[in-house]
Design a protein around this ligand. Structure first.
Ligand code: SF4
Ligand code: SF4
Length: 70
């Protein structure tokens, strides 16, 4: 069975502030090339194997767009 995603980012919720990118100590998150329906580049769970589920990205997001699973 495929591993579930540790970090789930609601792309339509994201306003592209990049706070989560800066908060991640492991460089896991990246901004998308694409834009969402509001016209913002959004955060993407990119370097998945480096994530340790620390939850810093979810805590810093002002719009609570990120969920982290252990
Ligand atoms: S849970 Fe921690 S390591 Fe994983 S993407 Fe978020 S800030 Fe980075
Ligand atoms: S902190 Fe939240 S709103 Fe800002 S880029 Fe990350 S997911 Fe998007």
């Amino acid at each position: 069975m495929k591993d579930p995603e540790r970090v789930v980012i609601a792309k339509e919720c994201c306003k592209g502030c990049e706070l989560c990118i800066d908060a991640c100590p492991r460089g896991v998150l990246e901004m998308s090339e694409e834009i969402n329906s509001s016209g913002y580049h959004y955060s993407v769970f990119a370097n998945k194997k480096d994530c340790n589920s620390c939850t810093l990205c979810a805590v810093i997001c002002p719009d609570m767009c990120i969920e982290v699973y252990k």
